[in-house]
Structures are given as C-alpha cells and as structure tokens.
Design a binder for this molecule. Structure first.
Ligand code: ADP
Length: 256
C-alpha cells in the first residue's frame, strides 16, 4: 500500500479506537475521581491517609488529562474551517510559543510579503504549530533557535503534491536531529522516543492528520546534531481571509 494511504488508514483506525476507549475510560474515571473526593472529606485529620488520597487524585487527574487529549485527537466532526491569513495569527501564536518554550529558546518568524490565505480549522492549525514548537524545544535541551519561515510556493506538475499554489510553513530547530530509524517512524501514532510521561507519540500524527484533512503535505528533513526542519504545505484559498488579528491564540493542547 502507498505510504501515505497506509498512514492515513492507520491514523483513522487509531482515531476510532482511541475515541471509543477514551470515552468509556473517561466515564469510569469520573467515578474514581468522585469517590476519591468523597473519601478525602471523610478522612480529614488523618494526614497519612490524606496524603495517599492526594497522590491517587493526582494520578487520576493525569489520566483525565491524557483522555481529554486522546478525545481531542480522535474528534473529527468538530472542525470549524475558515479562510485565514497566517501572518495575522503569528503575533499571538509567537507569544504563546515563547511562553510555552521558555527563555533559552530563541523563537522567530520570517515571511515573504503578501502570504496567500489558507482554509483551515484555526484551532487545529495553532495546535499543529505548537506541537512542532514543543518537539523542537524537547530537541534543544540546552537551548537554541526555532525559526518559522512562511512563504508562497507554486508547485508544478510532477511533484509529490498536486500542482497548484501552496503556503509553506517550515519549522526549523537547531536541536539533536533524528537518526534514520526514528525519521522513518515519526508519523506513526504512539511512536515516541521520549521517556514515559513526557511523550505520547501523538504530536506528529496529529500534524499529519491535520495536513491530510487540508489536502496538503508534510515533509521532514533532519540531520543528527545539526537540527530538524518540518515543512507543511497548505493549499492556497482564493477566498478573502477573515480578520482574526484581534483574537488571541486559542489555548491549544500540544501532545508532545
Ligand atoms: P512525542 O513528542 O510525544 O514523542 P511526536 O509524534 O510529536 O510525539 O514525535 C515522535 C518522535 O519524533 C519524538 O519522540 C522524537 O523522537 C521525534 N521528533 C519529533 N520532532 C523532533 C524534532 N524537532 N527533533 C528531533 N526529534 C524529533
């Protein structure tokens, strides 16, 4: 089967499976959390028991957070597609990234003049870029540069993409890069090299799913100890972009 189709059908199967499991799991989890809450009230004054209940509650909350993210990952029907001007989103998105990434990551945006509008679900678009930025941060434990380059590109017949006009967004880091065996698997759902609790392996799958939905493409270029560039191609829209410059970046939940 062609690689793209294989990824898309795997992603869909995982989406359906995780959606179903996460939904049932969430219901059971609310029973656990509710009972822990009652228990907490009945053991007031017993410090040792209180500490144990607090620990159980914290774990249950982590599980609830994970199921929430899995439900977001598998939820396809809630798309709100609109025509946007990427550059009008960038100031608030860059601010959100800087807050998320911390001080030792130097994040900046470079862009051509007159970037074409695109048609996307804004929250998904922001979550995708935030996922890429969080991965870049994780690849630069001692700090480094994160450069987002936005450009217009006309693709000719015969390239891997259908010919037409695309807006490309390249997210480049100066991090540890990836060895070939990791590079091969990066878009597989649940593939992660991060230690348990730090990675879900869903970040790049989400980016992949988002780009597929937009009829675009995503490419990865990586060199060990030099860095990684992830480039997404999104088809140009010929509609007029909505004015979103006054709205803040939505609180997108990165998976990474
Ligand atoms: P997660 O971040 O939860 O591990 P992802 O799907 O986002 O899941 O990424 C999968 C794996 O791809 C990561 O665990 C990491 O090994 C690799 N990876 C992703 N982005 C980068 C990057 N910018 N630099 C180096 N490795 C990366």
């Amino acid at each position: 089967m062609e690689q793209n189709l294989l990824h898309a059908s795997k992603l869909e199967a995982v989406g359906r499976l995780t959606g179903g499991i996460a939904h049932d799991f969430n219901n059971m989890l609310s029973v656990v959390i509710g009972n822990l809450d009652l228990l907490k009230k009945s053991i007031q004054g017993n410090e040792k028991a209180e500490r144990r209940v607090r620990m159980a509650m914290e774990s249950a909350q982590h599980c609830a957070d994970l199921t929430y993210r899995l439900l977001t990952f598998s939820r396809r029907q809630a798309l709100q597609v609109s025509t946007i001007d990427v550059m009008s989103l960038m100031p608030s998105l860059l601010e959100l990234m800087r807050r998320t990434l911390g001080e030792n990551i130097n994040a900046c945006v470079q862009a051509d003049e007159g970037i074409w509008p695109i048609q996307v679900d804004r929250a998904q678009f922001e979550a995708a870029l935030l996922n890429l930025a969080v991965n870049a941060r994780d690849a630069m434990p001692d700090g480094g540069d994160l450069t987002i380059t936005v450009s217009n590109q006309a693709v000719e017949e015969g390239k891997p993409l259908p010919s037409g006009d695309y807006v490309t967004i390249a997210v480049q880091d100066t991090g540890i890069g990836m060895p070939p065996d990791v590079l091969e698997k990066v878009f597989e759902p649940f593939f992660t090299t991060k230690e348990s609790g730090k990675g879900t392996g869903l970040g790049l799958s989400m980016v992949y799913g988002f780009v597929q939905q937009c009829h675009g493409r995503v490419e990865v270029e990586s060199e060990q100890n030099v860095g990684t560039t992830i480039r997404i191609f999104l088809p140009r829209s010929h509609e007029i972009a909505e004015d979103v410059s006054q709205k803040n970046a939505s609180i997108a939940t990165p998976f990474g």
